[in-house]
Design a protein around this ligand. Structure first.
Ligand SMILES: Nc1ncnc2c1ncn2[C@@H]1O[C@H](COP(=O)(O)OP(=O)(O)OP(=O)(O)O)[C@@H](O)[C@H]1O
Length: 988
């Protein structure tokens, strides 16, 4: 077949070869002849001499792909040179077209007479990462942003605009299709425009011959028509038609398909209609599906952008790489405002203002929101004191509306900037837009048609008034054809207008649109409005994906008389009393205290913020600052407030150390969302049980978890706990690269569950610490995984290992004696590990910590958590655990170990053991004739126990356990009662 006759179709006018195909027999088969051109047909027998042209009917397998970045790869177009020239010329023309199209950003204000915003001037690098969850995320988009904003240091690979097609270092295959996800307004379209503009301006990716940017909005309007792929390209990029280019197989071509979420109806990639001929006409849907599936132009590159909810339209097998636009990081937010404004003082004022408002600062992750903020603050700073700048979301959106109305009244109504912007027509239009926003949100629609507008009383025939007036609120999108499609510039603007509509309807008619109930308008208004807001809170809490969260925030914000005042004659003042608001605040606080999920309670905190009530948060913050925060006594609402503060604070959530709050299981479970948002979680020795394993396992399975290090060392997790954790480790989304399980009572069984979890998922784990456990033979399996290049695991710590570590010994702490505390008859040696009672008084300097009369001393380190140490003794000694505050001066039993409530002692002498506490002695029936031995001490502070053991070979024989509640750190201490007695701290 490959050696068959080649047919070359030439356009006699340009001399350019347009198309050719091969035949397997002597009679040429004419697959396609363009209607618009006159062709002559000639036969070519030497395939190699025309290598630049592909043989269409033969090419079923994907072409070898070439990198799009790197050195320029001009085609070898020497044959015929005219073709090369035509392609170059066409490329130049296309570049001019794209440059013209993308050099300015459409921000609604690009109307005649107003200055244009240059893309290169305002373009700020976006935070783009590789990967991201592939499953559909149903959460409200604003909620997703807030989650993302809590993970400032995600470990994923960061991608820049120009490297979007760059092959990742760990991938052998060049990428054909890049799927880029991102919530509304996050900058996907602008990103594709910048990519195209950089190419058109010869700044990047010059190895690409043609970039063809399409939007699904434009393609939607062609759905009724039939095109071949080549015709579709010719239709949008007439330069290619004029140059007569019909073949793109051997050219580096990039198709950009922006806004898959807007594709109507959604693409059905499982549709079986296969098309491989780029010149065969069919519906646009079928063309797109075959392009995406790689049946059409397998050599082309594709870049598809979409909001997350529609990403699943592209099955995994057709995604070469998934990337996610996450908006602006904190430094990028600043950079954006610095680019936007030239006046440095103004920029600094704006930036510092944004930082003072938590909600506004978080929302500025979304570029479109940065733009709204910039528009509002720029306008307000001209006339307003900076102390009055908007601090809540509602205020910001009200001002946005006011700015738009002002612009319209100056531009179209010939009024001055000081006149009220709310003419009756403008008021009527805002009402109509509010209705439209609400009705369409109810249906889940973000894009609407003319009929939807008409239904809401918007007269489309006076489009010049409407589209001209609120261009910035309500963006009119025109495809190439006459169908008009509309959307609000951002979902949050639609939600604001919808909330305004709900508010207005209730005030004017008593109808609660959220519940569908009508209230009888009466003097019981206060009760009715209390009920109205409470129903709204309930509805939002019941909405499964947080889709009413933002509406609720706006609705509550609109209940404040100060905000109603800003909208003057647009909204009727409700006379809503502070009593009503107080009742709403109390209701929200009650809901927070009812153990609602953290995501919910966070929105409820934002609501309190809109109602200007920060009491709960302030109280916790004050306690945090003063160090008076006693986590033992926090109520559920206070726990939520603490979680809210930690999640939304400027403070880095990189490391979450449970002991900073309270080393307890309760604290871990309450602060679980903070754990999820942190990169490293340190829980070593926090007295956690299997309950925590379950919670942590679910955190590891969750798609929004950003944990990379988990330290669970020194817990009695046992095999059962480790099995539960392994479930989390198995999950494909788990990004853990370090897991510490040192001293967790793990045996072979637990270890094998870890091995199988690691094997079932090409996990990210690099370091696994299993020291001080007894992994048995499974330890070797783990070591084998380290050797195997298929696994990322590169370090497994198994030593020390063995059955002896299934005892408190695994909590071994290295202690040293503190010479400043040693009575002057105690002689220290062996690097302060050994002490002996001697006759001669030692020449120690005076020190406030020194025991004056009692022959005692203590260790240097204060102990919390769990600790174990071993002591070799001889003679007559007391081995103790004490508080630091024990008295040093004088000879009373107040100072003696065991003689007070600040110390717990074991007395050892000639094979007898007694324990002492508060001066009370308990004789123990243990007999041994030995006058020396090894005793070990195990302190479990969280559990409130001190245990003593004798150590015989590897075995621990229990002597006694004191149970109490420790209120301070503990110290090891020793008292030597006969000259020549010794105590020596030993290793294990
Ligand atoms: N990188 C950027 N630098 C500066 N401004 C940006 C950037 N990205 C986006 N913006 C601003 O945000 C607005 C919205 O961006 P864009 O239209 O690209 O969002 P999108 O993710 O495509 O949203 P949608 O899913 O709603 O189509 C732009 O009009 C522009 O004002």
């Amino acid at each position: 077949m490959r050696c068959g006759m080649q047919v070359l179709v030439q356009n006699p006018e340009s001399g350019l070869s347009l198309n050719r195909w091969s035949t397997s027999d002597s009679s040429p088969s004419y697959n396609h002849v363009s209607n618009s051109a006159v062709f002559s047909v000639c036969c070519v027998t030497d395939v190699d001499s025309a290598e630049w042209i592909s043989v269409r009917t033969e090419r079923r397998e994907p072409l070898p792909q070439r990198p799009l970045t790197g050195p320029s790869q001009d085609l070898d177009l020497s044959d015929p040179p005219k073709l090369r020239e035509s392609i170059d010329q066409c490329r130049r023309k296309l570049k001019v077209k794209l440059k013209r199209k993308f050099e300015c950003v459409f921000e609604g204000i690009a109307k005649e007479g107003l200055p244009k915003t240059l893309l290169n001037q305002i373009y700020t690098e976006l935070y783009i990462t590789e990967g991201g969850a592939t499953e559909v995320n149903q959460d409200h988009e604003v909620r997703q942003i807030e989650k993302a904003s809590r993970n400032p240091h995600r470990p994923q690979t960061i991608i820049t605009c120009e490297d979007i097609f760059k092959t990742p270092p760990d991938s052998a295959q060049p990428i054909r299709t890049v799927l880029t996800k991102g919530v509304a307004g996050i900058g996907k379209t602008v990103l594709t425009q910048k990519f195209s503009l950089d190419w058109a301006e010869d700044k990047a990716n010059q190895d690409i011959h043609f970039i063809f940017p399409f939007t699904f909005r434009e393609l939607n309007v062609l759905k009724q028509k039939k095109f071949s792929l080549v015709e579709l390209v010719h239709h949008f990029f007439t330069e290619t038609r004029e140059a007569g280019i019909w073949i793109f197989e051997d050219l580096q071509v990039v198709f950009i398909l922006d806004g898959l979420d807007e594709c109507r109806p959604p693409l059905d990639l499982n549709n079986t209609q296969i098309l491989t001929d780029v010149t065969e006409s069919t519906s646009v849907d079928v063309l797109l599906m075959n392009l995406i599936r790689g049946n059409l132009l397998p050599s082309a590159r594709l870049w598809i952008t979409t909001r997350p909810a529609a990403a699943n339209q592209i099955p995994t097998e057709y995604r070469g790489m998934v990337t996610e636009v996450r908006g602006f990081t904190d430094p990028q937010k600043e950079e954006y405002f610095r680019k936007r404004f030239t006046d440095e003082e103004q920029t600094n004022t704006i930036i510092s203002h944004i930082k003072t408002s938590r909600s506004v600062h978080i929302m500025c992750h979304i570029p479109v929101f940065c733009w709204i903020t910039a528009t509002v603050l720029e306008d307000m700073l001209k006339t307003t004191d900076r102390r009055q700048l908007p601090k809540t979301l509602t205020e910001m959106y009200i001002h946005f509306l006011v700015v738009q109305a002002k612009l319209k009244s100056i531009k179209y109504d010939g009024r001055s900037g000081t006149d009220s912007p709310w003419s009756p027509e403008t008021r009527k239009m805002i009402e109509s837009l509010g209705k439209l926003a609400f009705e369409q949100l109810k249906k889940g629609n973000l894009i609407f048609y003319e009929s939807d507008l008409t239904e809401c009383g918007i007269d489309i025939s006076s489009a010049s008034v409407y589209s001209g007036v609120f261009t910035e609120v309500f963006k009119e999108e025109r495809g190439l054809y006459q169908d008009k499609r509309f959307c609000f510039i951002h979902l949050s603007v639609q939600e604001f207008l919808a909330a305004l509509h709900v508010h207005q309807t209730f005030i004017n008619t008593g109808v609660n649109l959220l519940s569908g109930q009508t209230s009888v308008w009466s003097k019981l208004f206060m009760d009715k409005s209390v009920q109205f807001y409470q129903t709204a809170v309930d509805q939002a809490l019941q909405s499964p994906n947080g889709h009413l969260d933002l509406i609720l925030r706006f609705l509550l914000g609109l209940s404040l008389p100060t905000n109603q005042g800003l909208l003057h004659s647009l909204v009727k003042p409700t006379g809503s009393s502070s009593e009503t608001n107080q009742k709403t605040v109390e209701y929200i606080k009650k809901k927070i205290s009812e153990n609602v999920s953290t995501e919910r309670s966070i929105n409820l905190f934002h609501c309190l913020n809109e109602l200007e009530d920060g009491s709960l948060v302030d109280q916790i913050q004050q306690n945090l600052r003063s160090g008076r925060l006693s986590t033992e006594q926090l109520s559920p609402a206070e726990w939520s407030a603490l979680a809210f503060i930690l999640l939304s604070s400027e403070k880095d959530l990189d490391v979450f150390d449970l002991k900073e709050y309270s080393g307890s299981e309760e604290a871990l479970l309450r602060l679980l969302p903070v754990v999820k948002a942190s990169n490293k979680a340190l829980f070593s020795g926090c007295n956690l049980s299997e309950r925590s394993c379950e919670a942590l396992s679910s955190v590891l399975r969750s798609q929004s978890c950003s944990l990379t290090l988990l330290d669970l060392s020194n817990h009695d997790l046992k095999d059962s706990g480790v099995k539960i954790l392994s479930d989390g480790l198995k999950s494909p989304g788990c990004r853990l690269d370090t897991l510490r399980l040192s001293g967790c009572l793990i045996t072979e069984e637990g270890c094998s569950s870890l091995v199988s979890a690691l094997k079932s998922n090409p996990s990210y784990l690099r370091l696994l610490d299993l020291s001080y456990n007894h992994p048995g033979a499974s330890g070797q399996e783990l070591s084998a995984l380290v050797e195997d290049p298929h696994w990322r695991l590169d370090t497994v710590r198994l030593d020390p290992a063995g059955v002896r570590w299934l005892t408190p010994r695994r909590h071994f702490c290295e202690l040293t004696l503190d010479p400043n505390t040693a009575n002057k008859r105690l002689k220290l040696s062996e690097n302060n590990k050994k002490v002996e009672l001697v006759k001669e008084v030692q020449s120690y300097p005076d020190h406030q910590d020194r025991f004056e009369y009692k022959p005692q001393l203590m260790c240097s380190t204060g102990l919390t958590g769990r600790c174990y140490w071993e002591v070799q003794w001889s003679g007559n000694v007391e081995i103790s655990v004490i508080y630091r505050g024990i008295r040093r001066k004088g000879g009373s039993e107040d100072c003696g170990f065991g003689g007070n409530d600040q110390s717990w002692s074991l007395w050892c002498c000639r094979g007898e053991y007694r324990v002492w506490h508060k001066g009370k002695c308990t004789d123990l029936c243990l007999s041994s004739s030995s006058s020396s031995g090894t005793v070990s001490v195990y302190v479990d502070c969280p559990a409130g126990s001190v245990s003593f053991y004798t150590v015989s070979s590897d075995k621990l024989i229990h002597i006694y356990t004191f149970k109490t509640t420790f209120t301070e750190p503990l110290f090891g201490g020793f008292r030597l009662l006969e000259t020549g007695s010794t105590v020596c701290l030993s290793g294990v």
